[in-house]
Design a protein around this ligand. Structure first.
Ligand code: SF4
Length: 271
């Protein structure tokens, strides 16, 4: 992993983004979706590898020195904010969240994807944040017990709103997707991955279609996610919102990336 303070960004292997930026690291588990948190496992590995940024392992840590990194990335990027943490964690001061937003506001050539499970805090402080249209705000929903996150997201001032239904742990029926631009679905991966049923995915896809919401199928997951791949009934679903500011560039980057990944996926399935 490359240092974010360098001019080079940290590339991501996550299918729906390009780069990660972590002005905070570490977190605490809140609901069932957190059980096998990949950020916790990765933080531990990075700490043992001696990376200074992860010296506190998975304890919530603020990194003011990371705030300026996106200014140094001259080429437009699609950036997943806090892949290793949750920006709306109660221990991240409002003033620091506002600084993260200031960086995002002042770098309109980038597109930022912010994802949280602390949707109650998002709704609570949304009015104190400046929502430029390069910020996509999302909430994670793993099962029907945390559906209130969808309402909280709708209450926020974000111009673009998305759902990450991953790891999907149960059916999600009767979703009201009004005001939602994008839905990502994915199964859990790893040694102890909990299973995701095809019918749950199909039900969500149907709801997206009938409510004209873009649908992205990320992966089946399981113990060997490369083998299970990301084909749903024989095809990939890669829809995502189109950007005003970066329509051409980011689509080119993502299309290229997704094409590459699909070639790799097909090779793996054939191999
Ligand atoms: S909220 Fe996200 S980062 Fe935090 S413990 Fe849960 S899954 Fe991990």
């Amino acid at each position: 992993m490359k240092k974010e303070t360098n001019k080079i960004a940290s590339k991501s292997s996550i299918e729906w983004t390009e780069t990660t930026w972590n002005p905070t690291t570490g977190c605490d588990k809140v609901t069932a979706g957190c059980k096998y948190c990949y950020a916790e496992v990765l933080s531990n590995r990075l700490m043992h590898m001696g990376l200074k940024k992860y010296k506190n392992n998975f304890k919530l840590t603020i990194h003011p020195s990371s705030l300026n990194a996106p200014y140094q990335w001259k080429k437009p990027k699609v950036i997943f904010v806090n892949s290793m943490s949750d920006l709306f964690h109660k221990n991240v001061p409002l003033g620091f969240i506002q600084k993260v937003f200031k960086t995002m506001n002042e770098t309109p050539h980038h597109t930022y994807q912010v994802l949280t499970k602390r949707s109650d805090r998002l709704a609570e402080i949304s009015k104190e944040l400046t929502w430029t249209d390069n910020i996509w705000m999302g909430v994670s929903i793993e099962d029907s017990r945390v559906l209130k996150r969808l309402d909280h997201l709708k209450q926020s001032g974000a111009k673009y709103k998305f759902l990450s239904l991953e790891p999907l742990l149960g059916p999600l029926l009767n979703l009201n997707l009004q005001g939602i631009d994008w839905v990502i679905v994915g199964g859990e991966s790893g040694k102890k991955a909990r299973p995701m049923e095809e019918q749950w995915v199909l039900d969500i896809m149907k709801q997206c279609k009938s409510q004209t919401v873009k649908f992205f199928f990320k992966q089946w997951g399981g113990t060997n996610k490369k083998k299970t791949g990301r084909l749903l009934r024989g095809r990939e679903y890669n829809a995502m919102p189109t950007l005003k500011s970066q329509k051409l560039i980011s689509n080119k980057i993502l299309t290229k990336k997704l094409q590459l990944k699909s070639v790799q996926a097909v090779k793996l399935l054939e191999g």
